[in-house]
Design a binder for this molecule. Structure first.
Ligand SMILES: Cc1cc2nc3c(=O)[nH]c(=O)nc-3n(C[C@H](O)[C@H](O)[C@H](O)COP(=O)(O)OP(=O)(O)OC[C@H]3O[C@@H](n4cnc5c(N)ncnc54)[C@H](O)[C@@H]3O)c2cc1C
Length: 306
């Protein structure tokens, strides 16, 4: 029996692996041209994968992907889901891949679409216009392309301060600008406060930000400051836009936070539709959580099918 898994990050790959082991037929649909999800570009060691000390996010992703491709799992990369409709027994998906449309009938469906960096329309437009404006963490440019520069980071959470420390260690001067109080872990706040290259400002929001050629101009109270780079670290938001392509009657309910609400067994409010990983309202988004939720979703699917 076919089960669609949407998204091939750790949650989707784990779910597909488990579905296969339960004798079901997973069909994975991924919009990117690769599997692995958001951790693929993480150059920091993963602190939460017990048994792999020091291994980076990208190293773990390679291991997961290598195992995944050893399995006989049908995977559609660079595939776009155009519509999802309910049927008497299961769902009908309309997919587009390489300009070709096809229909896929499945008995159940697992959403594992993860999350993406949060931004504002104005900052997103700046990032499209200038490659010196970077939305979200984990880019190759941040990893090794920013040195001896002046960097402005917007945000006050873990990612903002983690990146401030990383960049300060590479000879950059960093100004971090949090709209309110800092919400980052205490150890990050203490480490940043102890470094002369990092200035932490709170209750701070520039009146204007403009990307000029090779320079970012930030204005506060008519005072202009210039930076070489602007990093936007406003946290993450769930990838739920795909739900607009679901028939209204089978659209899973979102929690107040905007994440997909799931029960303990990864069931959503829509019968036959499950969700796993960062797209759900889980308490600790992480690779092990995503892997475990993918497995749990597969088990719940298996139990629900005749
Ligand atoms: C900066 C940062 C640092 C982190 N550090 C750690 C760490 O040290 N340790 C740790 O364990 N975790 C860490 N995490 C968390 C970890 O990355 C996530 O919890 C994990 O990747 C979640 O896996 P996922 O499969 O749910 O989502 P993702 O990894 O986001 O994968 C989702 C997949 O779905 C695909 N997709 C999205 N929309 C669609 C669509 N409409 N159609 C088809 N495919 C779609 C995406 O392309 C992607 O491949 C970190 C996260 C960030 C951002």
């Amino acid at each position: 029996m076919k089960v669609a898994v949407i998204g091939a990050g750790p949650a989707g790959m784990s779910c597909a692996n488990a579905l296969l082991s339960f004798g079901l037929e997973p069909v994975v649909i991924e919009r990117a041209d690769h599997v692995g999800g958001i951790q693929r570009a993480n150059f920091h060691p993963n602190l939460w994968m017990l048994g792999m000390p020091g291994e980076t996010g990208s190293g773990i992703t390679e291991r997961l992907a290598s195992h995944y491709f050893d399995l006989a799992i049908v995977t559609h990369l660079q595939a776009d889901i155009l519509a999802v409709a309910g049927r008497d027994t299961g769902f009908r998906l309309r997919l587009a891949q390489a300009g070709v449309e096809r229909l896929l009938d499945v008995a159940a469906l697992v959403l594992a679409t993860g999350s993406q960096p949060r931004s504002t329309p104005a900052l997103a437009a700046m990032a499209r216009q200038s490659d010196r404006v970077i939305i979200g963490p984990l880019s190759k440019t941040i990893q090794d392309g920013i040195q001896g520069s002046r960097v402005l980071i917007l945000g006050g959470g873990d990612n903002a301060l983690d990146h401030a420390l990383y960049l300060a260690e590479r000879g950059n001067r960093v100004t971090v600008c949090a709209r309110g109080e800092y919400s980052a872990r205490r150890q990050f706040q203490a480490a940043c406060a102890g470094r002369t290259e990092i200035e932490l400002r709170k209750g701070c929001q520039p009146d204007a930000l403009v990307a000029r050629e090779d320079v970012i101009s930030a204005t506060w109270d008519a005072r202009e400051e210039t930076y070489d780079w602007l990093l936007v670290m406003y946290g993450y938001q769930p990838n739920t836009a795909i739900l607009e392509r679901f028939e209204p009657a089978i659209r899973p309910r979102l929690a107040d936070s905007g994440y997909i609400h799931v029960e303990r067994d990864q069931r959503t409010s829509a019968p036959g539709i499950y969700a796993a990983g960062d797209v759900t309202d889980n308490i600790q988004p992480s690779v092990p959580t995503a892997i475990a939720q993918g497995l749990a979703a597969a088990k719940a699917v298996e139990l629900s099918l005749p």
